[in-house]
Ligand binder design. Sequence first.
Ligand SMILES: *Cc1c(COP(=O)(O)O)cnc(C)c1O
Length: 367
Amino acid sequence: MIDRTRPEPKPGVLDIAAYVPGKSKASGGSRLFKLSSNETPLGASHAAIEAYRDNAAALELYPDGGAVALREAIASVHGLNPANLVCGNGSDELLALLANTYLAPGDEAVFTEHAFLVYRIAVLAAGAKPVIVPETDLKADVDTMLSAVTDRTRLVFLANPNNPTGTYLPFDEVRRLHAALPPNVLLVIDAAYAEYVRRNDYESGIELVSTSQNVVMTRTFSKIYGLANLRLGWCYGPDHVIDALNRVRGPFNVTGPAIAAGIAAIRDRDFLENAVAHNEKWLPELTERLTALGLGVTPSVGNFILIHLPDVDGKRAPDADAYLLDRGIVVRRVENYGFPNSLRMSIGTDEANEAVIDALRSFLEKA
Ligand SMILES: *Cc1c(COP(=O)(O)O)cnc(C)c1O
C-alpha cells in the first residue's frame, strides 16, 4: 500500500540495512587497539599531513572541482591518462555514483554472497535489484557469477581482494569473467587493497580497463595511504564512463585538503614501502600464530584477516568479541556479511597484534 499521508522513500530504500561502521570504543581500560575498520596502524605520510595543514589557510575557497592536480599525480604514479580518472569522496561515493549512473528500476547488479556491503546499499538506493550469488571456498566464483547474468544485468561488482574474506581472484579469472560478459554490462573492479597484494598472479585491473570499454576500477586513499578520515578515492575507466560519471557527480565532491594530502601521499613512495613491509611481516605471522591456537583463519592478501571461532558454547564469535573488548581490543563482528561465528581483525601495530594473540590464547584456554 502506498502511504499518502507523508513523504515515502522510493522503492528499495527501506530494504537497505544501514551500513554499520566498525566500533571505535572498548569498555576496557585506557588502552585501545582499534582493529575494526582496516585502517592502517602507521598513520599518514608526514608530507600528506603537512599538505593538509597548509590547506587550512584557504578554507573559504571552493576546491578545484576537477581535482586536476590530484588526477595528474595519480596518473603519473600509475602510468595512466588523467582524463580517464574521476576522484570521489571515498571510493564509496564512486561505487554509489556508478550504481546511480548505470542502474534504473528493474535493472540487476550481480555480486557475491560475502562481498563488501556497500554494493548492496548502492544498488538498492539506485532502485535496482541486487543479485547475490554463492561463493566457492569463500572466493568469488566466475562461473556462478556468469550464470547469474541476464538481459537485465547492467553492473557486476567484484572486490579484488574482497573484504571481509581477504581472498582474491587471480587475474586470468578476472579476464575470463570479463570476456564472457555482454558488452553492455559494466564490470566494476573494487581494488581498495591492491597495494597490499603480493602475488604474481594478481593485477589490480588497470590493463583490463585500458583495453576494454566496459570495465572500471576503483581505488582508495583510505587503506594503505592512511587517509580514511579525509574521504578520498579514485576511479579509472574508459572515456564514455568517465564522461557519464562527471555529469552525475557533485561538482565539488572532493575537498581541497583531501586533494592536497592525496597528492603528497601518493608521491611518498617510502611511506608506501614501509606499510607494505609491515603487512608482509604480520600477515603470515598472524595467520600462523592464530592457526596454531586452533583458530580457523582464511588466507588473506589484504591488511586484515578473517578468524573463525570454534562452534562451542562460550567460545563463539560474540564471546570472543566481548572478551577482546574488555581488553581494549576492537575487532569487527561480521554476521551481517554471512559469518555469524567469525571476527575480522585489521593488522595493527606490533603491540596490538601481540595483544590480540595473547588475548585470544587466554580466551580459548579459560574454563
Ligand atoms: C574500505 C573499502 C573501500 C574503501 O572505502 P572508502 O570509501 O574509499 O574509504 C572500498 N571497497 C572495499 C572492499 C573496502 O574494504
